[in-house]
Design a protein around this ligand. Structure first.
Ligand code: ADP
Length: 466
């Protein structure tokens, strides 16, 4: 069982090298033996024919010495001569064995005046030697001879070429293996780094970063890993912030409830004080319950399974109802409520949208000083509708405008502590608008007022909600 990727890569590469060397050697042998053999046979035939011409021209007295002299001039081949009785009369080869390669019927064929060419045999280098021989008829002083010409392959030269080939293959294999060992380290080392980093990440250390300079798939994987680690770190930070924010939001009403409950225990408490303390306790409990309600709502909106029930209803009617429900608050502050609400039908989740207007109008009333103005406006567009909620309140600083949608973010924290809620309202609003495929933006100027503009599609397709 191969356990490490390194070993696996090395073994795979080595196997590939060995197999490709063997295959290429075999293929080369098959391709070239044929061609080389044909060329060698042609040359042998040429030599044989030259010797025949020469002996015809000079009519040597002693055929044996004539042939010996000619082999001295060119020792690239061996000659074997057979006389008309088929006896081997002369040869110029070191190993007599080779003469045995020539069969009696071949000698007979040449003695009858035919040229003999051996067939090449594709045995290859490691098997039987390829048999290359040419026989030509020769007649000297009316005597018939058969002259066989063959290349001079000594056993020694064969061995040498075999050793050469094996040595070359071994060198290729050794150099290849060493290079593979080095190359595999290069491939495997970033994976090792990634594994280490993953383990560290799994143990909760989010400050991991893998440095891989490569731009290939592994480089991309490392980049993806770093990105993921960054996101996880951010998520962890958000989680911690969330927990501390929630605890903080729970802590302050609880502290005040505890304080006023203690105060209520005093026996000589005036009735009006007791009533005031009870009112504070009631308000703080309501605040706590609103907080938990909002947290649950936000969690539910962010989950994939939040119910989304679109119905078709009058948007202007809904806005009017919300404005009326806030009547006690804006009347108390003597705010001028101006409504410009032409009739518009919309298909959306009515409960969710109602929550949006409650939050936006609630904020507008909350953050507008007495005798200010609030304007609610519907602007119908072709396939969308725009709702504008405008107040003449305290306004939001430009640097806060981007952050007001974050959970628990309260831009007015230092300025209007008493009027602040939990900072979840706009986070919920934005989530609902997102689910409705709408957009929202805010324009605000300090002490001049704030305008929230929501644009929604008139018809939302229920399946496209996420
Ligand atoms: P909260 O419950 O505190 O109102 P929100 O999420 O609704 O939380 O609002 C976040 C913050 O945005 C508020 O604390 C306030 O500072 C600011 N804000 C929202 N609406 C207005 C507005 N109409 N005028 C001024 N400030 C606003």
């Amino acid at each position: 069982m191969i356990k490490t990727l390194y070993l696996r890569v090395v073994l795979t590469f080595s196997a590939v090298v060995v197999i490709s060397i063997l295959l290429s050697f075999l293929i080369a042998m098959l391709l070239y033996t044929n061609r080389i053999s044909t060329e060698v046979l042609d040359n042998l035939l040429k030599v044989g024919k030259q010797l025949v011409t020469m002996s015809n021209d000079y009519q040597p007295l002693e055929i044996k010495s004539f042939l010996e002299a000619s082999t001295k001039l060119n020792d690239g081949y061996s000659l074997i001569l057979f006389d008309s009785s088929g006896d081997n009369v002369a040869f110029s080869i070191q190993s007599k064995n080779e003469s045995l390669n020539i069969k009696a019927e071949e000698v007979e064929q040449v003695l009858q005046g035919q040229i003999y060419k051996s067939m090449y045999l594709n045995y290859g280098y490691f098997g039987e030697p390829t048999r290359l021989v040419v026989g030509v008829p020769l007649s000297v002083k009316d005597k018939q001879y058969a002259l066989f010409v063959m290349p001079k392959f000594t056993e020694e030269s064969r061995k040498q070429s075999r050793t050469l080939i094996i040595t070359v293959l071994l060198i290729v294999l050794i150099i290849g293996s060493v290079l593979i060992l080095i190359a595999s380290r290069y491939i495997v080392s970033p994976i090792k780094k990634l594994t280490l980093a993953t383990n560290r990440l799994a143990r909760g250390n989010f400050n991991v970063k893998v440095t891989v300079k490569r731009k290939d798939e592994i480089g991309l994987l490392a980049e993806g890993f770093n990105h993921m680690a960054g996101e996880l770190k951010q998520l962890e930070q958000m989680r911690q912030d969330f927990v501390s924010n929630v605890s903080h939001e729970i802590q302050s009403p609880l502290t005040s409830i505890r304080g006023f409950s203690k105060a209520l225990k005093q026996p000589d408490l005036k009735d009006e004080d007791r009533l005031r303390y009870l009112e504070i306790i009631e308000r703080e409990s309501e605040r706590l319950s609103r907080l938990s309600e909002n947290l649950l709502k936000l969690a539910s909106l962010e989950s994939e399974h939040h119910p989304f029930k679109p119905t078709t209803f009058d948007l202007d009617e809904q806005l009017r109802r919300v404005a009326v429900s806030y009547e006690p608050q804006w009347s108390a502050k003597q705010l001028d409520m101006d409504m410009d609400l032409p009739r518009v039908k919309i298909t959306a989740d009515a409960d969710q949208l109602s929550q949006v207007w409650m939050n936006l109008l609630g904020n507008a009333i909350k953050f507008t000083p007495a005798e200010g103005n609030i304007r609610i406006q519907i602007i119908p567009l072709t396939d969308r509708v725009r709702v504008r909620i405008q107040d003449s309140g305290i306004g939001i600083l430009p640097e806060d405008q981007e952050r007001i949608y974050e959970r628990f973010y309260k831009a007015d924290a230092s300025r209007h502590r008493e009027s602040s809620g939990s900072g979840l309202g706009l986070a919920i609003v934005r989530k609902i608008i997102e689910l409705h495929q709408g957009t929202m933006d805010v324009q605000s100027e300090i002490d001049r007022g704030t305008t929230f503009t929501i644009t929604l599609p008139i018809l939302i397709h229920p399946t496209k909600k996420h």
